[in-house]
Design a protein around this ligand. Sequence first.
Ligand code: ATP
Ligand code: MG
Length: 206
Amino acid sequence: MGALIEARDAYMRGVAKERARIAQDLHDDVSARLLTSLHRRSADMMRKDVREAMADIRTIVADTAQTWRPMEEVLADIRFETMNRLEAYDIALDWPVLDAPQTSYVIDYATARHLLSIVRELLSNVAKHAEASRVSVEVEVDAGRLKLRISDDGIGLNAEAEWGNGLLNTSRRAALIKGDFHIRRGEVGTIALVEIGLVTGGRPSL
Ligand SMILES: Nc1ncnc2c1ncn2[C@@H]1O[C@H](COP(=O)(O)OP(=O)(O)OP(=O)(O)O)[C@@H](O)[C@H]1O
Ligand SMILES: [Mg+2]
């Protein structure tokens, strides 16, 4: 009997955790997309955002937690979405395209979603606070670590600025994927650094 109750409790904890993940992903990802959509000038672009938001909802609620994809593919998706979003704000993006997969690094579904949410929040911040005209994203893979350096040419992060939910969530997400997150004022604008550990393939990518 005790074992049964324990099993049920473990199951309920799993359900609660999954529910929290879905709520957070819906809030952070789908809301960011719809917010971008409000800034579109063309109805066609708006429709595209809405279709992408619907696709996002499908992925978020689907049980895809075991999916591993090549690192380059995950980054290409994030780059594509970033380009698309910044266009709505008239901010230029400087993010060189990587060639076809050059490494055997893979990224799991949960890590990919956290990474995407982190980049989304940092760009929402640039759009909301930075008064920037350009964002640069530098990607480096070094000793099994993926490093993203996201910088803008705006007014720069005020050292006194209080961290809100956005930066706190970003930092928490980075910790969840055993990564690091730093943000500071640069000589020009703001510089954010996101770093995560990578694993090599061996698992089939779907
Ligand atoms: N790229 C940036 N350039 C200038 N200031 C920034 C930049 N990013 C963040 N900030 C400052 O840091 C503060 C905290 O950011 P944070 O994302 O935590 O909160 P927020 O964007 O104000 O609200 P939300 O919780 O909805 O994200 C911002 O209010 C802003 O003052
Ligand atoms: Mg924010």
